[in-house]
Ligand binder design. Structure first.
Ligand code: GDG
Length: 736
C-alpha cells in the first residue's frame, strides 16, 4: 500500500516570515483535524498553497520554507499574485462560490479567470504527479481544485483518486449557466469517488452528469470510458472531543485564569441575570445570511417587545475574502445595519447587538459557545455548517437551544434542533420565542440525541469512511466490471476465430452495430455495415445471426434481400438464408388491446416518448425525453404494468431507454440456445449493449465469448467502448 496525498487550496499550516526567520505552525481548522488520522507521519503528503505569494517569499528563503513545511508532511505549490487573483479571488470566489450557493447574480463569467483557474489546477496536478506513484491514494479537496482529478488521471490512469466538495453542488438549472460546465464535470469525473456532504448535492451532481454529458448513471455509479465513478455522501463531522473537553476545562477554570472576554460576560450576566444571549458565528459571507439575521432580530424585537432589554445578540463575523467587492459591500451593509438597529433600540442599560468583526482565538470561541443560551445560525445556503455542531458539542450540561437554517447541510442530521427557513421572519421570530421559553428538560432531551450522533460520526470517522470507500471502490470496480477487450485480447480472439471449425455469432443491432438515433427508423444500416455483414456471412463454416428486439417488418426491409440470418422481437421470429420469417415461439398477442391504452396515457403525459408496436410486443421508448423525467416515468409505468400483467404470463423488460412488454420466457438467450443446439459449434460469440442482451450472456454456455458494448455492470466477459470498436473487431475476424 502506497502513501496518501492530500491536496487542498491551503496547507494545514500557518507560515510566517519575520526578520528572515520562518515559522510553520499547524492550523487547528476542521479539515486539518479531520485528516489527522489520514495525514500521519511519513506515509502521507499534503500539497497546497502556503498562503504567501511568490512576491512575498524572498527567493533565497524558498528552500528553507520547503524544509519547514516538510517537517509537517507538507509541500507547497508556488503561486504568484496574478495567479492568486485569477484562480482564488477570481474564478473560485467570484464564479464558483456564488454560483454553487445559488447567488447567480454575483457570479462573474470571466474568460481570463477561467484560464488562470485551469493553469493553477494544472500546477497542483503537476505537483501531485511529481510525488505520486501508482499505488498511492490521492484525496483532492474542494471547489478550488475541481479540474485536478482529471488532470492527474490523464497521466496516471490507474491511481486511486477521491474528491470531496465542501460546498453545495447546485441544481442542474443553476449549474447549467456556467460556460465551462462540461469541463468542470469532466474534471471531477477523473476521480474514482466523488463525495458530497449530503444526498441532495449528490443528486444534483448526478443529474448534471446525465443531462450535460449524457453519461449512463446507475444509482450512484457513473460509467465513463473504461471506468466506473462512484458518487456518495459523507456528512463531515467535528472533532467532538476537542470541543467538549475544551468546554469542560473552561468550566473548571479558576477566576484568575479567566480571559478578558469571559470576565466581561460573567460581569454582564451578574448585573442582568435575566438577559439571554443569542449567538451567531460565521465568516463574513453573503451565503451565511448575516444581514437577514440582523433584520430578523429587529423584527423579533418588534413582534415581541417584552424581550427588549431581555435578549442580546452576539455576532461574530470573521473577516473573509475582503479582496472580493461583494464582501466589502456586505461588510458595509452589516456595519450600517448594526449601527442603525443599535441606534434605534438601545437603552441606557442595554445594547441589543454586540458585534465583533475579527477572528478570535479558540479559547474565546469556546467562551462564546458555553455562555450563549441560544445559537442562531441562518445561512441562506451552506454546504454543512460546522459551527452548529460545535455549539452542541460544548454544551456539557446539555442545555442550550440551536436554531438552524434548513438550508445548511447540517440540518439533515440535526433534526432535533429548531429548523427555520431563513427568509421567513415570522417563523424566525416565533422560533426565537419558542427557544427562549423552551423548558430545560426539553433542551436536554434534544441535545442528548444530537450529542450522541455528533460524538459517533466525528470528523475522524468521516475521513476514514471516505478513505475506506475509496479503497473499496478500487477493489470492487476492478472485479465487478468485465475486462476491456484490449488489442492483445482482441488478437487472441481473432486467432481462436480463425482456427475454429464451425462458428456461430450473435450480433445485436441497435447500440452494437449501429449507434442510436432519436427516430429508430432512421438508424438504418450504412454501406460500411452492409459490406461488413456481407463479408462475415460469406465466410465458410460461419453462421452469423443478427439478434434484435426490432420488429419483423423493418428487418425484412433492411436485411431479407441480403439473406442474413435474423432473430427479431427478442426471439419470437427467425429467418435464415433469405427465407421469410417464421415463428420460433408460439405466443399470444391478444393482451395488447388492454395494455396499449395504458402506454398511450403515458405518451400523453411524457413529451418525447412514443410507442413502438411489434407483432408480439409493445415498446414504450423514452430516449427523447428529459432523462430524469423519463426515468421517473419509466419507474412509474413499470409499477402500473407489473400489477396489470400479473396473471398474463407477460413481463416488462427494461432496455436502453425503452420498456418493452412481452411474453415471459421469450428472450434472446432462449432463442440463441435453440440455434446453438442445431449444430456443433466450436466458436460461439455474442455481443450486445443493453439489458436484453444479458439473457444471451447468461444463458449461452460458459465457453461463449461474450462482449458488452459500453462500460456497465454486465455478465459478459469483455467490453468494448462503442460501435466503432465493435465494427473494428468484426472486421478483424474476416481479414486474415
Ligand atoms: C466550508 C463550507 C462546510 C469561525 N470563527 C472563528 C473560528 N471559526 C471556525 C468554526 C468552524 C469554522 O471556522 C467554520 O466552518 P463552517 O462549516 O461553519 O463554514 P465555512 O468556513 O464556510 O466552511 C461549510 C465547511 O467548509 C466544511 O466542509 O461546513 O458549509 O462553507 O470550525 O469554529 N475559529 C476560530 N476563531 C474564530 O473567530 N478559532
Amino acid at each position: 500500500m502506497g502513501k496518501t496525498i492530500i491536496i487542498s487550496n491551503r496547507l494545514p499550516v500557518q507560515l510566517q516570515i519575520k526578520d528572515g526567520a520562518i515559522t510553520a505552525t499547524p492550523s487547528v481548522g476542521g479539515l486539518a483535524t479531520g485528516m489527522k488520522s489520514v495525514h500521519s507521519g511519513g506515509e502521507s503528503l499534503w500539497i497546497g498553497w502556503s498562503g504567501l505569494t511568490n512576491e512575498e517569499i524572498p527567493k533565497k528563503l524558498s528552500p528553507r520554507i520547503d524544509e519547514a513545511l516538510a517537517e509537517h508532511g507538507c509541500a507547497k505549490v508556488d503561486l504568484n499574485e496574478d495567479e492568486v487573483e485569477g484562480f482564488y479571488f477570481g474564478f473560485s470566489n467570484r464564479t464558483v462560490w456564488p454560483l454553487f450557493h445559488y447567488f447567480l447574480e454575483y457570479s462573474e463569467f470571466e474568460l481570463h479567470n477561467w484560464n488562470t483557474y485551469k493553469a493553477v489546477n494544472q500546477k497542483f496536478a503537476d505537483a501531485i504527479l511529481e510525488s505520486a506513484s501508482d499505488d498511492d491514494t490521492i484525496w483532492v479537496h474542494d471547489y478550488q481544485l475541481m479540474l485536478v482529478p482529471q488532470m492527474v488521471r490523464k497521466k496516471r490512469p490507474n491511481i486511486a483518486i477521491g474528491f470531496f466538495l465542501h460546498i453545495p453542488f447546485p441544481s442542474f438549472e443553476i449549474f447549467r449557466t456556467l460556460p465551462w460546465r462540461e469541463e468542470i464535470l469532466h474534471g471531477l469525473l477523473g476521480a474514482d469517488l466523488v463525495g458530497f456532504h449530503i444526498y441532495d448535492y449528490e443528486r444534483h451532481f448526478l443529474s448534471s452528469v446525465r443531462r450535460l454529458l449524457g453519461l449512463e448513471v446507475s444509482l450512484n455509479e457513473i460509467y465513463i470510458e473504461e471506468r466506473m465513478v462512484k458518487v456518495d455522501s459523507f456528512p463531515m463531522g467535528i472533532d467532538y472531543k476537542k470541543f467538549s473537553s475544551a468546554a469542560l476545562a473552561h468550566h473548571k477554570r479558576k477566576e484568575t485564569e479567566l480571559s478578558q472576554l469571559q470576565r466581561s460576560i460573567a460581569n454582564h450576566k451578574k448585573h442582568t441575570p435575566d438577559t439571554k444571549l443569542l449567538l451567531s458565528i460565521d465568516r463574513l459571507d453573503y451565503s451565511k445570511g448575516i444581514a437577514k439575521r440582523l433584520n430578523a432580530f429587529e423584527y423579533f424585537l418588534n413582534k415581541y417587545p417584552e424581550y427588549k432589554e431581555k435578549v442580546r445578540l452576539i455576532i461574530l463575523a470573521v473577516p473573509s475574502r475582503s479582496n472580493v467587492p461583494q464582501y466589502r459591500l456586505l461588510k458595509k451593509e452589516i456595519d450600517e445595519l448594526v449601527g442603525r438597529i443599535n441606534g434605534e433600540l438601545s437603552t441606557v442599560n442595554w445594547t441589543p447587538i454586540w458585534y465583533f468583526y475579527r477572528s478570535m482565538p479558540f479559547e474565546n470561541l469556546i467562551t462564546l459557545y458555553i455562555n450563549s443560551d441560544i445559537a442562531w445560525l441562518t445561512p441562506i445556503r451552506d454546504g454543512m455548517n460546522l459551527v452548529a455542531k460545535e455549539y452542541i458539542a460544548t454544551r456539557t450540561d446539555k442545555t442550550g437551544v440551536l436554531i438552524l437554517s434548513e438550508m445548511a447541510g447540517s440540518a439533515n442530521e440535526m433534526n432535533e434542533s429548531l429548523l427555520i427557513n431563513p427568509n421567513n421572519f415570522e417563523q424566525i421570530a416565533d422560533t426565537i420565542y419558542t427557544a427562549l421559553n423552551m423548558p430545560k428538560a426539553e433542551q436536554i432531551a434534544r441535545n442528548m440525541i444530537l450529542q450522541k450522533r455528533l460524538e459517533r460520526y466525528n470528523v475522524e470517522k468521516w475521513a476514514n469512511d471516505f478513505m475506506h470507500s475509496l479503497q473499496n471502490h478500487q477493489t470492487t470496480s476492478r472485479t465487478n466490471i468485465s475486462r476491456k477487450l484490449s488489442d492483445d485480447l482482441m488478437n487472441t480472439m481473432v486467432t481462436t476465430y480463425q482456427k475454429a471449425k464451425k462458428r456461430l455469432l450473435f450480433l445485436d443491432y441497435d447500440g452494437t452495430l449501429k449507434g442510436f438515433h432519436n427516430d429508430p427508423q432512421k438508424a438504418s444500416p450504412d454501406k460500411e455495415l452492409y459490406d461488413l455483414l456481407d463479408h462475415m456471412s460469406a465466410q465458410k463454416n460461419t453462421d452469423v445471426y443478427l439478434i434484435s428486439g426490432r420488429d419483423r417488418d423493418t428487418f425484412t426491409r433492411w436485411f431479407l434481400p441480403k439473406k442474413y440470418n435474423m432473430i427479431v422481437e427478442h426471439g419470437v421470429w427467425i429467418s435464415t438464408q433469405g427465407e421469410p420469417f417464421k415463428l420460433l415461439e408460439k405466443v399470444k398477442n391478444d393482451w395488447m388491446t388492454n395494455i396499449r391504452p395504458v402506454l398511450e396515457s403515458f405518451v400523453d403525459r411524457t413529451p418525447g416518448s412514443f410507442i413502438e408496436e411489434k407483432d408480439y410486443s409493445l415498446a414504450w421508448h423514452y430516449r427523447n425525453t428529459d432523462p430524469d423525467f423519463g426515468k421517473q416515468r419509466a419507474t412509474e409505468l413499470t409499477t402500473v404494468l407489473t400489477s396489470l400483467i400479473a396473471n398474463d404470463n407477460l413481463s416488462v423488460l427494461s432496455g436502453n431507454k425503452v420498456l418493452e412488454i412481452k411474453n415471459s420466457g421469450i428472450n434472446k438467450g432462449r432463442a440463441a440456445q435453440r440455434v446453438l443446439a442445431e449444430d456443433d459449434y466450436d466458436f460461439v460469440f455474442a455481443i450486445g449493449d443493453d439489458w436484453t442482451d444479458e439473457f444471451m450472456f447468461q444463458e449461452l454456455p460458459k465457453s461463449t465469448l461474450t462482449v458488452k458494448v459500453g462500460l456497465q455492470k454486465t455478465q459478459a466477459k469483455y467490453f468494448v467502448e462503442n460501435t466503432k470498436k465493435v465494427r473494428a473487431l468484426l472486421k478483424k475476424f474476416t481479414t486474415n
